[in-house]
Design a protein around this ligand. Structure first.
Ligand code: NCD
Length: 294
């Protein structure tokens, strides 16, 4: 594996191998690249968890992190992403993690740059390391993926998290359902088939994966207020009490408390939200190891 752009790049065996490596990092195993390695994290969209956890993963592996702020770089002077990467490559950077607002930004880079690239989220496209950390979290709880029922609730059409997870979970044998405002599923015949109402979803799902409403990607705002969304489509305290025994709550963050999830449930017994963040470091360490170790 040279780069990681999309979950589609990974075979089921490779996904399981990366999860295995991530588990060994979670247990405290160490690994460092054979030679001095430099990484840069280029984030063109806001990020708290993903950027920090990539940097933590890099540092834990002994990789030197070169600071790079997209807001003060020559990108503002009109330099293209490709030229920026070629520049960093010439200076000696080995690995770039990139988050970019353009869907599939990586396609135009294929074969143009030699450095290794990890996609930290592209527009409404893919977010492969989020998917891997989600899979790791599910595996820790259930020990398997076969026959698990996972319902992704919310802004599916704009979510790279939903897209990456649907492909991976399905390949691993889980069944994926969707819930949220039905108009977000219109024209999406494939996903509309597995649409369920939230009150039904909570009864049979092993995993309820909530998503933030991506206001920044909506052309028009929803007609619903935050309270109305919560009552109609959110995980309320009352719905939590009716969830399937043994089921868990996930959310990639950032969380809008009281909208997609009741405030009191974020730190509840069933919530794996902070575990997901912890696992993000191990999953990213594993991805970097697989890329550098090849
Ligand atoms: C998500 C993202 O940026 O794709 N967050 C994350 O990386 N943990 C989801 C979101 O922004 O809602």
């Amino acid at each position: 594996m040279n780069n990681l752009f999309s979950m589609k790049d990974l075979s089921t065996e490779e996904i399981l191998e990366i999860l295995h490596t991530a588990e060994s990092f979670a247990k405290g195993e160490n690994w460092a690249p054979a030679k001095q390695t430099f990484a840069v994290n280029l984030f063109f969209e806001p990020s708290t968890r993903t950027k920090t956890s990539f940097e933590m993963a890099e540092r834990k592996l002994g990789i030197e992190v070169i600071p790079f702020e997209t807001g003060t770089s020559s990108i503002l002077k009109g330099e293209t992403l490709e030229d920026t990467l070629k520049t960093l490559e010439s200076i000696g950077v080995d690995l770039a993690v990139i988050r970019h607002e353009q869907d599939a930004f990586y396609e135009s880079l294929a074969g143009r740059v030699q450095m290794k690239i990890v996609n930290g989220g592209d527009g409404c496209g893919q977010h492969p390391t989020q998917s891997l950390l989600d899979l790791l979290t599910i595996k820790q709880d259930f020990g398997k993926f076969e026959d698990l029922k996972v319902t992704i609730v919310g802004d599916l059409s704009h979510s790279r998290v939903a897209r990456s997870n649907t492909e991976a979970l399905t390949a691993l044998g889980a069944e994926v359902f969707y819930s949220g405002p039905p108009e977000w599923f219109e024209g999406d015949a494939e996903n509309a088939q597995n649409y369920v109402d939230i009150d039904e979803a909570i009864r049979f799902s092993d995993v309820i994966m909530l998503l933030r409403i991506q206001h920044e990607r909506h052309d028009s705002m929803m007609d619903l207020t935050a309270e109305q969304y919560h009552e109609r489509y959110g995980l309320t305290q009352e719905r939590d009490e009716r969830m399937k025994p043994g089921s868990i709550i996930m959310h990639p963050g950032p969380v809008n408390r009281g909208v997609e999830i009741a405030d009191s449930l974020v730190e509840s017994r069933k919530s794996r939200i902070f575990r997901q963040m912890e696992n993000g470091v191990y999953a990213r360490m594993a991805v970097i190891k697989h890329i550098l170790d090849k």
